[in-house]
Design a protein around this ligand. Structure first.
Ligand code: C2O
Length: 570
């Protein structure tokens, strides 16, 4: 009698186990999209403009996934331009092939029907990210939100908001951005300014309706090409809870500062007098003597109780927030320096042992005009962006990652990116801004090779050459800890002791103070080829970039697999 009874129990337990396992596996979903990239005609500022867009939408489609999911995006390029798509902030563990920067992780997807399927896992990431084209200036219109929610059964580390809203901030040109870039490269100088800022692709047309007493999660993304922004909502304040899809300690503020490439998740409580309020985004200019500024708005409207028509009152006037001055660097630095990381059980903390220390100067400089730069001033030369005085040249024959796989970098890249600037000088002095001895920059495709799991500290030091400016530096493939930042020249004796080694916040893009420095740390635990570059698109094609080449690890689960079969070749 006892035997069948035991058997029944065991069978039941087994079924139960299988059911649970099935449910858990079923929870890890495959999120699949097809992106048709092509021309789209839109009306803005009373003019119709042909732009490059995904699936006829501007901004492009929103991708929503949960931690643990696999994202698969089939890109079909029907546009007249070379295309790649980058999943900004996705760590791409063991999937460097899907990262997207042109000629770094792949050759472009060719026009008139080229295809490539990007496939990557979301592992240990939650929050707001975004995707964008990573070739020429096309990301001006080829972008969209990439939202990562907690896995099933998990919660946010803050009170559940009533609703959420995605706020994509952008820039608009009444022209082809590919022509704008081409013009700048021919002339060896700055590209034309945009003519307007946008919120969710619109100038003044977006509206967020709120209910009094409720809390909203604003997922704010700076998709602008060249400008950092101040963001405010009249009559309201925020609690910042995440930046670049990394949770922060709650930080209360009435102004959000956000650089191109960055994201901020902020809770906004609808606790004002029911009415209408502007949300506004305004250029933050860190370059001395710059005069360009722009502002755009959208509406936050309180739901009104239905009234009989006789009692209907006209809507109240709209309140405009008082914005910081467009060159208010103190407000910008105050915001950035106030963020600290949320310590959660089980999540790794900042590495305390550092294997490799680098001091990397970055900014602008000058190179002789190339023959192809037909509009370049031969006496002044061409503007060049550089890191440690190397102006990054994108390879043309094959991508860095493909050359890494072949084990034959010869002719594609060299492993001699320097750990220090070639000459030491007073990086941030007025005198440096026009010193011809330090302005000359040489071109090269130099990478810094890192062993698997090496810990790296990089002090990013802005130079004042051709003007100090706040540059947002973005690292692919990793989140890094921001240990400290400051004005002037970095000085190890004075500044190492200001490092936050307890709860620094993590980011993928750090806005380094104009004429100042930031110290970052990361662990090179992701084999592949990872570009670090300025996220101001005016500087990227001029070479303000470098790349890290990370070795495979010792075990099979730490080796970059071969490229997918449809990997684009040059
Ligand atoms: Cu958001 Cu290299 O890019």
């Amino acid at each position: 009698m006892a035997r069948p009874f035991l058997f029944f129990h065991l069978a039941f337990a087994l079924c139960f186990f299988l059911l649970i396992r099935y449910l858990l596996l079923a929870d890890a979903a495959v999120v699949e999209h097809t992106f048709h990239v092509g021309n789209l005609t839109v009306e803005r500022l009373g003019q119709s403009q042909v732009i490059t867009a995904v699936n006829g939408q501007f901004p492009g489609p929103k991708i929503e996934a949960r931690d643990g999911d696999t994202v698969v995006v089939h890109v079909v390029n029907l546009s007249p331009y070379n295309i790649t798509i980058h999943w900004h902030g996705i760590l791409q563990r063991l999937s460097s092939w899907a990262d997207g920067p042109n000629m770094v992780s792949q050759c472009p997807i060719r026009p008139a029907g080229g295809r490539y399927t990007y496939r990557f896992n979301v592992t240990g990431q939650e929050g707001t990210l975004w995707w964008h084209a990573h070739v020429s200036f096309l990301r001006a219109t080829v972008y969209g939100a990439l939202l990562l929610r907690p896995p099933p059964g998990a919660r946010y580390p803050f009170p559940m908001p009533h609703r959420e809203a995605t706020i994509l901030l952008g820039e608009w040109w009444n022209a082809s951005v590919v022509d704008i870039e081409r013009q700048a490269l021919l002339a060896g100088g700055a590209p034309n300014n945009s003519v307007a800022l946008t919120i969710n692709g619109l100038m003044g047309g977006y509206q967020l309706t709120v209910e009094r007493g409720r809390t909203y999660l604003l997922r704010i993304i700076n998709a602008a090409l060249n400008y950092q922004l101040f963001f405010k909502v009249a009559g309201h304040s925020f609690t910042v809870v995440a930046a670049d899809a990394c949770y922060t300690d709650p930080y209360d503020t009435d102004v959000i500062v956000i650089a191109p490439g960055q994201t901020v998740d902020a809770l906004m409580r609808a606790d004002a007098h029911p009415g209408r309020y502007y949300m506004a985004a305004q250029v933050y200019q860190s370059l001395a003597n710059a005069t360009y500024s722009a502002t755009t708005t959208a509406l936050v409207t309180y739901q009104r109780r239905r009234q009989p028509p006789s009692l209907e009152t006209p809507p109240p006037p709209v309140m405009m927030p008082s914005m910081p001055a467009f060159n208010d660097s103190a407000t910008a630095q105050g915001f950035y320096a106030s963020l600290t990381g949320l310590l959660q059980d089980g999540t790794p903390t900042v590495p305390l042992h550092v294997d490799t220390r680098m001091l990397v100067t970055f900014g602008l400089g000058v190179t002789p005009c190339a023959p192809a730069q037909t509009l370049c001033n031969r006496t002044l030369g061409s503007v060049a962006g550089s890191m440690n005085n190397v102006s990054f040249q994108f390879p043309t024959a094959m991508s860095l990652l493909e050359a890494r796989m072949r084990g034959a970098p010869e002719g594609v890249y060299t492993r001699d990116f320097p750990d220090r600037p070639p000459v030491m000088f007073d990086f941030t002095s007025e005198a440096a801004s026009a010193d011809s001895a330090v302005m000359a920059t040489s071109k090269g495709t130099k990478v810094k090779a890192l062993r698997y799991k090496e810990t790296v500290e990089v002090v990013l030091q802005n130079t004042a050459i051709l003007g100090a400016e706040n540059h947002p530096l973005h690292l692919h493939g990793f989140n890094f800890y921001v240990l400290a930042q400051g004005a002037g020249n970095f000085n190890a004796h004075r500044h190492v002791r200001t490092y936050n080694l307890i709860n620094p916040h993590q980011r993928n893009t750090v806005a380094v103070p104009a004429g100042g420095w930031a110290a970052i740390r990361f662990t090179a635990d992701n084999p592949g080829m990872w570009i670090m570059h300025c996220h101001l698109d005016a500087h990227l094609p001029f070479g303000l970039a470098m790349a890290f080449e990370v070795d495979d690890g010792p075990t099979p689960d730490a080796v970059l697999p071969p490229p997918p079969p449809d990997y684009p070749r040059c």
